[in-house]
Design a protein around this ligand. Sequence first.
Ligand SMILES: [Zn+2]
Ligand SMILES: [Zn+2]
Ligand SMILES: [Zn+2]
Length: 117
Amino acid sequence: MAKTRNTAEKPLGAKCPMCKGYMLRVDECSPNPIYVRGDTGEKRYERIPFGQETRIDTSRLGERCPDCGCKRGHYHHEGCDIEECPICHRQMLSCSCEFYWYDDEVKKYTSRQARGN
Ligand SMILES: [Zn+2]
Ligand SMILES: [Zn+2]
Ligand SMILES: [Zn+2]
C-alpha cells in the first residue's frame, strides 16, 4: 500500500478520474451512480456522500472532506481515503470491488480495476 501523494507539488490535488476535476478545487464529484456487472446482470449503486458513511464517524471532520476536499453532503472524488464503497461498505480506496461509470469526457463507460497492491 505505497501510495504517494505529491500534495506539495500539486496544490490543486490530484485529478479525479471520474469528474476530471482537481480534487481540492472541485466541490463534489459528478459521476454517480456506479455499476457492477454480475451473474444476474448489471447492478446500480448510488455513491455515498461525505457525511453519510457508516464505517466511520465523519461528524467532526469539518465542512470539507480532509482528503479529497469535497463539501459535506456531496460526493467524494474517486480515490478518496474517506469514501465508503456502497457495494462492500469498506474503504473504497482499498476495497477490491470492480465497478464502472459513464465517463462524460470520453462518452463511454469506463471501469475501475481492482487495485492490486
Ligand atoms: Zn471527482
Ligand atoms: Zn473525500
Ligand atoms: Zn467495495
